[in-house]
Design a protein. Structure first.
Length: 375
């Protein structure tokens, strides 16, 4: 018997395989196709010949922990302890998995706001706990009335994702006020905040759980160097949590991977001295605007993209097909791979929307737009 009987091959794998099979432009999976900063590749080339290839401490390379603490203070004016409150993980996914496995017990409940990224549910089920799926509003803002109705004494975690994948929506000040009211009402409730796109926001500045002192003792944040530095294949992320929660997360982490790739940690530690993470927003905003401008004459209707490198579009004026059928036809007939939004809902809700990844070079985006203009 399978512990996860309903989970099959992810939609990201399916669409990327179809893109390869049909020689399509792959705007489905969320990875950049432009070069990594040469300063970073130069650092790792030099370090590869040095004595940096053995285990780092379980929590992470100490100088990197210090620099994350400094970055957190600079970005959010929050002081965290490098030794007690930060953990380097094998990507954000491992951080999420370790957190849920450490903190969620059998028969407890975890709130997931749909549409949602697909890595949240499995560790909940493997904890013999119950995922409670709550749909966002039609404009992808949190439905606080329903969230409150679904929260009870069994609710251990609420998972929030801000900026949001797949929709590119960001939370407002009022959303955080509502969240704070919720945790006031439920003393055992903890916030798991997936903030892997925290430095990729546009017109509105990102609001983090780190900006909300009231949440500090009740929140775990998840961040990703892979997303911030265009190095998704390195699988390097980090978790920030109060000491009492971090102790439990580290217990799971040490038996998942023990420690994370040493060469990557040391390279990123050096790179943080010279990189400007705050330039990411303008870099991706240019790509967002370039891509949307290329497609302004199509019948695709773009939703507002406030953060991430994903753009949601409605094809409702083009076709009545369900979104999975439509995305497969986009590959086979038009040569562009995207992701159907229904796959991010537990109930398969079909809103006639698809997700594009615009973290691509201008040539790729231009070629994809030329094909999509034929819709």
């Amino acid at each position: 018997m399978s512990k996860l009987p309903h989970i099959g091959t992810s939609i990201f794998t399916v669409m990327s395989q179809m893109a390869n099979e049909y020689d399509a432009i792959n705007l489905s999976q969320g990875f950049p196709n432009f070069p990594v900063d040469k300063r970073l590749t130069d650092i790792i080339t030099r370090l590869a010949a040095e004595n940096v290839h053995q285990y780092t401490p379980m929590s992470g390379f100490p100088p990197l922990l210090d620099k994350i603490a400094a970055l957190t203070q600079r970005s959010y004016q929050r002081i965290v302890s490098p030794k007690e409150e930060i953990l380097i993980t094998a990507g954000a996914t491992e951080g999420i998995f370790a957190t849920i496995q450490a903190l969620v017990y059998a028969n407890e409940e975890v709130l997931i706001l749909d549409p949602s990224y697909d890595c949240y549910e499995a560790p909940i089920l493997l904890s013999n706990a119950k995922p409670i799926r709550v749909s966002l509003n039609d404009d992808f803002t949190p439905d606080w009335e329903t969230i409150k109705l679904e929260t009870n004494e069994k609710t251990k975690l609420i998972i929030i994702n801000n900026p949001h994948n797949p929709t590119g929506k960001t939370w407002t000040e009022n959303d955080f006020v509502q969240l704070e009211n919720l945790i006031d009402s439920f003393p055992n409730l903890i916030v798991l905040s997936d903030e892997v796109y925290e430095y990729i926001t546009f017109e509105q500045k990102h609001i983090s759980v780190h900006n909300r002192p009231k949440l500090w003792n009740r929140s775990i944040s998840i961040s990703s160097f892979g997303k911030s530095f265009h190095i998704t294949g390195w699988k390097i992320g980090y978790v920030i949590a109060p000491d009492n929660l971090m102790k439990e997360i580290k217990k799971v982490h040490q038996f998942l991977v023990f420690s994370v790739n040493s060469l990557s940690q040391i390279a990123i530690s050096e790179y943080l001295d010279i990189v400007d993470v705050y330039s990411l927003g303008s870099f991706y905003q240019q790509k967002r605007d370039f891509f949307s401008d290329l497609l302004k004459e199509t019948r695709l209707e773009f939703f507002p993209c406030e953060g991430t490198y994903f753009q949601v579009a409605s094809y409702g004026s083009i076709s009545d097909e369900d979104d999975l059928t439509f995305t497969k036809r986009l590959v086979t007939e038009f040569g562009v791979a995207t992701i159907p939004i229904s796959t991010f809902y537990a109930n398969g809700k079909d809103t006639k929307c698809i997700r594009f990844c615009f973290a691509k070079n201008d040539q790729t985006l231009t070629q994809a737009a030329e094909r999509l203009m034929k819709l």
